[in-house]
Ligand binder design. Structure first.
Ligand code: PEP
Ligand code: MN
Length: 343
């Protein structure tokens, strides 16, 4: 429920109402606006009805939130949420590119790739150290060694990092070495993991499950938000459909829909979304044009020798061209490239 207070209500009035809300076991939220104080109450709405808040002198309007997700909905929070990653602002009019290899493989590979992504305008470096591979015989990632290399690259090129964690147990190490925690498609509904990252202080990049609906993605984000972590970036990365020509079907409907329904930033991963090098640039441009707040792109210093996803990774020249080609689409969408300077 959203509870809009009268224009003359003071913070003390809001406090008294919030006390009533928490006394019956619901979660009260304080959402001060420019003209009015707005409160939220999360939990069983029947209990809230019994509280009869309509009769409170300072309550003007009570509106139910109709969607099953509440905290991440635009109804609850009409303005775009800006997320701060070590001084870099994600969301609103900033268009942010996160790039790097699928996996961290060795020092030379991650250092050279970090140089490339930084040089052409990415402001966050991605790199997997735990890889959720379909086959147990495929490269599984370097683990702690990978974390160390990622940190070294981050320090050398002064670029924050993103890596996927697969398990609650990975959090301790991730906390020490990286800036953003990625929850991959295969773990989007690992509710224990969602709750664990919800308690973390690190921002979360939450990827859509390959067979998940948009509503399920938003409910997964709701788990994280409910636990107290409000720094969530959603990422459309393609879904499985009957189409087999591309690795996945990149659902750009989801981007426009999410921008309507949630205040969280929405990114697109055209690398996993297409699985075909030549399609990455056109789909990235389309993502920018339909309102995405940023991209997650796989880049590798030498894609032919990559231990995972080399066929869909851009090399230096391809990434340079990718970034140049993106610019007019970012500007047409009313955004500008995030330079990472914290402007
Ligand atoms: C990745 O980003 O490398 C990855 C494994 O992505 P997804 O979880 O979307 O498959
Ligand atoms: Mn990959």
């Amino acid at each position: 429920m959203i509870i809009i207070l009268k224009p003359n209500a003071r913070p003390a009035d809001a406090k008294a109402i919030m006390k009533k809300i928490s006394r019956v076991g619901l979660k009260p939220l304080y959402l001060p606006g420019v003209e009015r104080i707005v409160l939220g109450a999360i939990g069983d709405e029947r209990i809230l009805r019994d509280l009869n808040l309509e009769s409170e002198p300072m309550v003007d309007v009570i509106k139910p939130i109709l969607s099953p997700y509440k905290l991440v909905s635009r109804e609850m929070h009409p303005e775009d949420t800006l997320i701060d990653i070590e001084g870099i602002q994600i969301g609103d009019s900033n268009f942010t590119v996160i790039a790097g290899p699928c996996s961290v493989e060795d020092r030379r590979q991650i250092m050279e790739t970090a140089r490339i992504v930084k040089q052409y305008g990415a402001v966050l470096l991605r790199g997997g150290v735990f890889k959720p591979r379909s086959s147990p015989y495929s490269f599984q990632g370097l683990g702690e060694e990978g974390f160390k290399l990622l940190k070294e690259a981050s320090e050398q090129y002064r670029i924050p990092t993103v890596t996927e964690i697969l398990d609650e147990g990975d959090l301790v190490m991730a906390d020490q070495y990286v800036s953003v925690l990625q929850i991959g498609a295969r773990n989007m509904q690992n509710f224990r993991l969602l709750k664990a990252v919800g308690k973390s202080t690190k921002p979360v990049l939450l990827k859509r499950g390959m067979s998940s609906t948009i509503e399920e993605l938003l409910l997964a984000a709701e788990y994280i938000y409910y636990e107290g972590n409000h720094n969530i970036i959603l990422c459309e990365r393609g879904i499985r459909t009957f189409e087999t020509a591309t690795r996945n079907t990149l659902d750009l409907n989801a981007v426009a829909y999410l921008k309507l329904k949630t205040h969280l930033p929405v990114f697109v991963d055209p690398s996993h979304g297409t699985g075909i090098k030549e399609l990455i640039s056109p789909m990235a441009r389309a993502a920018a044009a339909c309102g995405a707040d940023g991209l997650l792109v796989e880049v590798h210093v030498n894609p032919r020798e990559a231990l995972s996803d080399g066929y869909q990774s851009l090399d230096e020249a391809e990434f340079a061209e990718f970034m140049t080609g993106l610019d007019p689409f970012v500007r047409a969408a009313g955004k500008s490239f995030n330079s990472g300077q914290g402007e």
